[in-house]
Design a protein around this ligand. Sequence first.
Ligand code: PHE
Ligand code: CA
Ligand code: ZN
Ligand code: ZN
Ligand code: ZN
Length: 277
Amino acid sequence: APDIDVAAVKGHLNELQSIADSNGGNRAHGQPGYKASLDYIKGKLDAAGFTTAIQEFDFNGSTGYNLIADWPGSSADQVVMAGAHLDSVGRGPGINDNGSGSAGILEVALAVAKADLKPAKQLRFAWWGAEEYGMVGSTHYVGKLGSGGLSKIDSYLNFDMIGSPNPGYFVYDDDPELEKVFKDWYAAKDIATEPETEGDGRSDHAPFKERGVRVGGLFTGAETKKTQEQARNWGGTAGESFDPCYHSSCDTTKNLDDTALDYNSDAIASAIWDLSA
Ligand code: PHE
Ligand code: CA
Ligand code: ZN
Ligand code: ZN
Ligand code: ZN
């Protein structure tokens, strides 16, 4: 898999920040900054040759939108999916939560196009709406897929907060094989990981897991405070939250750890290449 350029990931995050800045400070469901974020991501994917579709749903009196992007050329009997929620909370621009996952998978998708990858399995990327209201977009998608569509999903990888400013390296422990893909990647770099527990059931992998799809993912931590031992392993500040700006107005482009964002983007690319081969 290619090395993902973290500067490119940060370029997308700067765009999402300026979209929030010019749309009342957020990119929340039902607000103009959400649709502008989606249009930005869709434009990049369309230019790169993805087949994109916008899936609409209604929630709370507003239209919500998921963006689904398929990489053409493979048979769709076995689909490897990567997803991230694109909506922010109303209180801020949502750059770590979850511009980070959104920009990370976008740059990996663009790398797939650049490499003109011909995977054995079909690759699909998804940006979910209204996660912050209870995984509304991803739940809608899974419901519409039906059991026929669901049985074709080989695996779903979720990325919600992958650049926390005081980062931890957490790997979803829901499926042993998918967990191993990420654990091995970090082990080869001599970086310790821990099983992700803070987010169980709290992000867009949950509706997939509930319907029997195997799920995996990465997470750098939210409100929980870093322990002394974690600070020895990972650096950063013990006794402080992994993301002190979680769901706050200060979740801006300053609220990121570039190293964590870089490692996780590279690890996503590696997983996507290996799992779709
Ligand atoms: N889903 C939570 C949110 O968007 C964040 C989260 C992700 C928390 C993963 C725990 C684990 O606010
Ligand atoms: Ca990199
Ligand atoms: Zn959130
Ligand atoms: Zn989130
Ligand atoms: Zn878990």
